[in-house]
Design a binder for this molecule. Structure first.
Ligand code: MN
Length: 480
């Protein structure tokens, strides 16, 4: 696409920004364009197309003005003669900090064993909790690079795709940006396993074709019912993304047993309408009882909110129905940035506070940073705790707790409350008494047995705990 055309697309997305903000973004655009003027991408396009595309992704995410400026300027310090100081003078400190953060994170090497590089890696990861917008610019940068990966060598394609899967997909999940996570997953699979991707893509198309009538009919019926009840709404249908399909099928599931193969997303005006809608949907389509989840009362650890219910739809097909407000949907698509956008009247401190209190990822990151002095240990723990697959287990009240794979009842107990951990004498998982060292599994229902005369955590508890939270609490107890 032409540079001018791209620029127009960016500014079309900025209708909610003030004139002053737009002028600042225009200034960043002109500067980046001049600085990159003699550079080209491997596709042959002028280099500036890349920073504009990154800025477009950021504007779709409702990022603030400084973040969009940083998106436009993110490659200038690395690839041109301008310095951070000059950027700070022309814009402000925040823009400079963001550009600096993105430049540094691009040089990260997770596999290096040298301590100097480890120390550096640690500093950069720890800095993410200071200004999370660095991750957001980096995610937008990676997304555009993945979209244009066909111009790179096969080696580079595989290397980038693997890193995307290991680092950026989890990051997108942690900030709750599902739309970006899904796209990154599909693009990674395409380059990592081309054969499998092709097969899953064909299945995906087949499912889309095959379910079209069923979903259209349900969409129409529910839309009519909601309109009759004066609930403003918008409904979208979708089928599972290609990577999700590939994963489910490669785990041995049959297509017809995947409960969220088909889904309807129902967006309504306010929280009360969500519950009304739920009742109306159930009166038309029979739900599978055990599939109902209330993430509005119990948001996921990345602040995802929605009601989930799987129903028998037209032709008795399973259809996952997601019900949420328009605001919740914006957060579910683009995550943290939309959350900020919606709370913009509140002070920035409140946001930073919410970030550290509500988002599990940042809590864990901060804990790991304060608990592990040794850089190698820090990196190992980050990988083990944050960048591995998760399991989800239930409390007896039905709350969902997210833990890293390999977690034990010890981790569970300390996640609930320090006192529960310290007075634990046993655990019951799905009605069976188990050892507190046993590994927990997805969907386990866990009850911790405590006693007021317990001796507190034993010497070997720490090595049987997976989470930093539990390790830290055990150390603290034994120090006393
Ligand atoms: Mn870039």
């Amino acid at each position: 696409m032409e540079v001018e055309e791209l620029k127009e697309r960016l500014f079309n997305n900025l209708s909610n920004y003030t004139q002053e903000e737009k002028t600042e973004i225009e200034k960043a655009y002109e500067l980046a364009k001049n600085l990159h003027s003699k550079q080209y991408r491997q596709s042959g396009e002028p280099y500036i197309t890349h920073p504009i595309e990154v800025a477009i992704i950021l504007s779709e995410m409702k990022a603030d003005k400084d973040t969009i400026c940083a998106g436009l300027l993110h490659d200038t310090v690395e690839d041109t003669d301008i310095t951070l100081n000059e950027i700070e003078k022309m814009f402000n400190k925040d823009v400079a900090i963001l550009v600096d953060g993105v430049t540094k994170i691009s040089k990260l090497n997770f596999s290096s064993k040298q301590d100097r590089s480890l120390a550096n890696t640690r500093k950069i990861i720890a800095s993410l909790t200071e200004d999370v917008r660095i991750i957001i610019v980096k995610l937008a940068d990676r997304l555009h690079n993945m979209r244009t990966l066909q111009y790179k060598t096969e080696f580079k394609q595989k290397e980038n795709a693997l890193e995307t899967m290991e680092i950026f997909v989890p990051l997108a999940y942690y900030i709750g940006a599902y739309r970006i996570k899904n796209e990154l997953e599909d693009l990674s699979l395409k380059y990592l396993k081309p054969e499998e991707y092709k097969k899953a893509e064909e299945t995906h198309l087949m499912v889309q074709e095959d379910s079209k009538k069923c979903l259209e009919e349900m969409l129409f019926n529910i839309h009519t019912i909601l309109n009759d009840n004066n609930i403003p709404n918008e409904i979208k249908s979708r089928t599972k993304n290609i990577y999700g399909l590939y994963k489910k099928l490669s785990e041995g599931n049959k297509l017809e047993d995947i409960h969220d193969l088909l889904s309807l997303k129902i967006m309504v005006d306010e929280i009360n309408s969500c519950y009304l809608t739920l009742g109306l949907v159930h009166s038309k389509y029979n739900p599978i009882n055990y599939r109902f989840k209330d993430y509005i009362c119990n948001p996921k650890t990345n602040m995802y909110q929605s009601l989930h219910t799987t129903v028998f739809g037209e032709d008795d097909r399973l259809v996952q129905t997601q019900i949420r407000t328009f605001d919740m949907d914006e957060i579910a698509s683009y995550g943290l940035t939309s959350y900020w956008h919606q709370n913009k009247d509140a002070a920035r401190e409140k946001m930073q506070h919410d970030l550290k209190e509500k988002y599990q990822f940042f809590k864990s990151l901060t804990e790991i940073n304060t608990t592990f002095g040794d850089n190698q240990e820090f990196i190992t723990q980050i990988k083990r705790e944050l960048f591995t697959d998760k399991i989800y287990v239930y409390t007896t009240k039905g709350d969902v707790i997210e833990l890293p794979i390999g977690a034990t009842p010890i981790d569970f107990a300390y996640r609930i409350h320090t006192d529960i951990g310290n007075s634990m004498i046993g655990a019951i998982v799905n009605d069976d008494k188990v050892s507190i060292y046993d590994e927990l599994h997805n969907k386990d229902r866990v009850r911790i047995i405590t006693s007021s005369v317990s001796m507190g955590p034993g010497k070997d508890w720490e090595e049987n705990a997976k989470t930093t939270n539990a390790k830290k609490k055990i150390r603290e107890f034994n120090r006393k």
